[in-house]
Design a protein. Structure first.
Length: 464
């Protein structure tokens, strides 16, 4: 299974690299042409859309991945449920769209949301087939599907934005993306469509799905932070600036998406072996900290030059708040495997308690800090929520052995100075600080050196 996982990770990783490059180019073109205000409308609409996209799945996609034995009847019933309920969800969202426009003070948000609403239904019906591919650890096909759909999105969005210079043009590509995702997923893993429900078969799936969804939808409230708080308490332009910084972080840290997409499938197969679970946690955290931390710190040193050069001088604040968002995402990635293990073991309520604590800290921080410091308050609020990750650690050690955090801690510490040095230092001095910081880490931490050598050998052996 290790070889299969590594091959899948490499395949997903290569496709994620292509996707990240295309996404950055797309964001660059769209943001530069539209400017902070119009791009802010796009960012707000997409943040709201992605929240409801997750809610629409209702956790049934995870049920398809996690169940030890699942019948074709269950798969078909879940698809039938998604098909019918998805249409009802879209109708409700269509009627509720003006409320979001009123809250933000921009009616254009309502128009953009209504254009995106069909993609919620497309995601629901497409997630059945894609979840079955993940269940079979066929990550190569999953990566191919995602890459093709995203390429189509960026090509259409950029083309229409260049021609029409409209925020509606920027979101239209997402409808095409989810249409292709649904079509290609069912092409690679066909599922028979049914229109009648069998509650005896569907009941256990819904029970688990709502349990999973109710614990995790709270964390997905984070996607509403910029749309509902930054836009309301600062401005729509500030929402656009914050979103550009967030998008850059997400695309730079593409490894997180690869590991997170694979984590539930992998942990579901390892959770009976506690020693294997501990090794997976130790290695996963250190991989994330080393690779993601170095990439973020290296980019931060040049961000104040790169972002204004590519996007325009009006986007300089995106470079300044980049370190705050980057550190928040890095710390969150370290605990992705903790969450996946608790989900795979059925401890959904434990994850739910952590999610409440995290979102509570984040939103209280934003409510208090954004009125005082503007967009800087959002960055500080992201950091103020980090201590809540102690809750997920406490939940983990109730049922499993505690992982070894020290190598990961030193790796993150080596990242922090050059990461935040990018706010004040010029690129060359900050790059020197990066080399010195990681040089000390590699010299003093034997575990880090061994991990990098082992990772290199595994990648070389798997590729061969």
């Amino acid at each position: 299974m290790k070889t299969k996982v590594l091959k899948g990770a490499i395949s997903l990783g290569l496709k994620q690299v292509l996707s990240a490059l295309l996404s950055l180019v797309s964001t660059l073109v769209v943001a530069r042409i539209l400017g902070p205000e119009k791009y802010g409308i796009v960012a707000i609409s997409l943040g709201i859309f992605y929240f409801f996209k997750f809610i629409g799945r209702m956790g049934l996609n995870v049920y398809l991945i996690r169940q030890p034995n699942i019948s074709q009847e269950e798969v078909e019933q879940i698809l039938s449920f998604y098909n019918t309920v998805g249409a009802l969800v879209c109708l409700i969202l269509w009627l509720a769209a003006p409320v979001f426009g009123w809250w933000i003070g921009k009616s254009e948000v309502s128009l953009a949301l209504r254009l995106l609403i069909p993609a919620v239904w497309l995601d629901m019906v497409g997630s059945c087939a894609s979840s079955m591919l993940e269940r079979e650890l066929d990550f190569a096909k999953v990566g191919l599907i995602n890459a093709l759909a995203e390429v189509a999105n960026y090509v259409l969005s950029v083309t229409l934005v260049v021609i029409y210079k409209s925020y509606l043009a920027a979101v239209s590509g997402y409808v095409l993306q989810f249409l292709l995702l649904a079509f290609l997923a069912h092409y690679f893993h066909p599922i028979k469509w049914r229109y009648r429900w069998n509650w005896k078969t569907l009941g256990p799936a819904l029970k688990y799905g709502f349990s999973y969804c109710s614990s995790n939808w709270i964390l997905n409230l984070k996607s509403l932070t910029i749309p509902l708080f930054v836009s309301r308490l600062a401005s729509v332009e500030a929402a656009g600036i914050a979103n550009v910084a967030l998008r850059v972080v997400q695309k730079l840290l593409l490894l997180r998406n690869v590991i997170r997409n694979m984590s539930i499938s992998i942990m579901a197969k390892l959770m009976d072996d506690r020693d294997a679970v501990k090794r997976a946690l130790n290695q996963g955290m250190l991989y994330q900290a080393l690779l993601m931390g170095f990439i973020c710190a290296a980019f931060s040193g040049f961000a104040s030059w790169i972002i204004p050069t590519l996007f325009g001088h009006e986007w300089l604040l995106s470079a300044k708040i980049f370190p705050f968002i980057g550190l928040s995402v890095i710390i969150g990635a370290l605990f992705d495997l903790h969450t996946a293990l608790l989900y795979a073991s059925g401890y959904n309520s434990e994850v739910g308690r952590f999610n409440i604590g995290y979102i509570g800290c984040l939103w209280i921080g934003c409510l208090c800090l954004i009125p005082l410091f503007g967009i800087w308050g959002y960055g500080i609020g992201e950091l103020a929520a980090l201590p809540s990750y102690y809750l997920i650690h406490r939940s983990l050690i109730k049922y499993y052995k505690s992982p070894n955090y020290w190598p990961t801690f030193w790796s993150v510490l080596a990242t922090i100075m050059p990461l935040f040095g990018g706010i004040w230092l010029q690129p060359i001095p900050n790059f020197a600080l990066l080399i010195i910081s990681y040089g000390i880490l590699f010299t003093c931490c034997l575990t880090v050196r061994k991990t990098l050598l082992q990772l290199s050998r595994n990648l070389f052996t798997t590729s061969a």
